[in-house]
Design a protein around this ligand. Structure first.
Ligand SMILES: [Zn+2]
Length: 142
């Protein structure tokens, strides 16, 4: 998974799968607290706190302190998905790279839960209506 899938709502996050009728329950399977939306994944899921702190610490090395102090949740999600348009190309590359390593680390963390993978596949192939989307999502897991 990468930022593009999150931006398009085509990731394996449960809220996205739910939107495409691929699963019946959008609740985050890692914390069970609320639907696994993009903002839950980036900002809230307690399972990823360590990686989130690493991302935010990295951001503090790239942007000015007063600017960071003014970041609200929406802006952090925007930074994660799109970088910071007013900043330099280099800064943006670093922001996107931090977001990528968050995603990679979280995937490593979750690799212990691959037992749910066959169930996930069977759900996908039950969906005829969204066959194309399902197939693309399936490919993203390989
Ligand atoms: Zn969660």
């Amino acid at each position: 998974m990468h930022q593009t899938r999150l931006r398009l709502g085509l990731s394996h996050l449960r809220a996205h799968l739910f939107q495409h009728n691929l699963i019946v329950n959008p609740t985050c399977q890692f914390c069970g607290l609320e639907p696994e939306t993009t903002s839950h994944y980036i900002l809230k899921c307690p399972t990823y706190t360590v990686h989130r702190v690493r991302f935010l610490m990295g951001i503090t090395n790239l942007l000015d302190a007063p600017y960071i102090a003014g970041l609200n949740d929406d802006k952090i999600v925007q930074l994660f998905l799109h970088g910071d348009p007013p900043s330099s190309h280099e800064t943006n590359e670093n922001i996107i790279s931090l977001a990528q390593s968050f995603i990679v680390k979280v995937q490593e963390l979750n690799s212990g839960t691959e037992a749910s993978f066959p169930f996930f596949i069977s759900n996908i192939f039950r969906s005829v209506k969204h066959k194309n989307i399902a197939f693309r999502m399936f490919l993203s897991h390989i």
